[in-house]
Design a protein around this ligand. Structure first.
Ligand code: HEM
Ligand code: HEM
Length: 161
């Protein structure tokens, strides 16, 4: 019974990870925008600073960053799980390692937060790690779409047979 349910759910499960990850890419870009505003606010002075402070960018960046952290870790675990359910094994390839690397980068960058207020060089590490993270995200989007294309052509072949 449970394997029948799994068979019905399989096609939807396969597309859940790619779709949610594209949404997460938009969230990541929004986090970057907020981070840039945090930096602008910190470095500004006078009236411009007063105006920027009203945006509460530091709090909003921290909130969106926390959501991004949780969804990225869950998304990577979800990707591995769905791959296993579909193939009975995990695909060892660039998408897997870049995904695991991203989990490492984002958790490290979040772990730096308590130390950032005191040391500016820790802020720079936070920003650098996250720029690498965004680069890898772009790469994941490309390799992820390639995997989707493979899956779709496999489904068409199976359907035609
Ligand atoms: C797309 C990923 C991210 C990017 C591009 C990014 C970028 C930045 C930038 C540019 C700053 C300002 C640094 C400065 O003032 O010089 C910053 C600060 C900060 N980030 Fe991130 N960040 C990201 C993810 C995260 C995550 C995942 C968290 C935590 C869960 C986080 C928490 C913070 C905090 C607490 C600050 C300091 C705010 C303050 O000054 O009070 N960020 N980030
Ligand atoms: C941005 C768009 C992304 C797309 C379109 C995408 C697409 C996919 C697809 C189609 C699979 C195979 C699922 C299956 O076999 O049913 C997969 C697996 C996986 N994804 Fe993604 N993904 C994306 C982003 C990410 C990100 C950001 C991470 C990590 C944070 C990630 C981590 C993984 C992992 C670890 C696997 C399992 C290993 C593998 O199949 O290589 N993916 N992804």
């Amino acid at each position: 019974m449970s394997s029948e349910i799994l068979a019905v759910l399989k096609p939807y499960l396969s597309f859940f990870h790619p779709v949610t990850m594209w949404i997460l890419l938009v969230v990541a870009l929004y986090a970057m925008y907020l981070g840039v505003q945090v930096r602008r606010t910190r470095l500004a002075d006078g009236d411009i600073k007063k105006e920027l402070v009203k945006g509460r960018f530091a709090i909003r960046h921290h909130q969106i960053g926390s959501i991004l952290l949780a969804l990225m870790v869950m998304g990577a675990i979800g990707g591995i799980t769905v791959t296993y359910l579909n193939n009975g094994k995990i695909m060892i390839g660039p998408h897997l390692f870049a995904g695991l690397g991203m989990v490492g980068l984002i958790s490290t960058s979040a772990a730096l937060v308590p130390f950032m207020q005191k040391h500016d060089w820790v802020r720079s590490i936070h920003v650098s790690l996250n720029l690498i993270l965004l680069g890898l995200f772009g790469w994941q989007a490309v390799t992820g779409v390639q995997i989707v294309q493979k899956m779709v052509s496999q489904m068409m072949k199976n359907g035609a047979a």
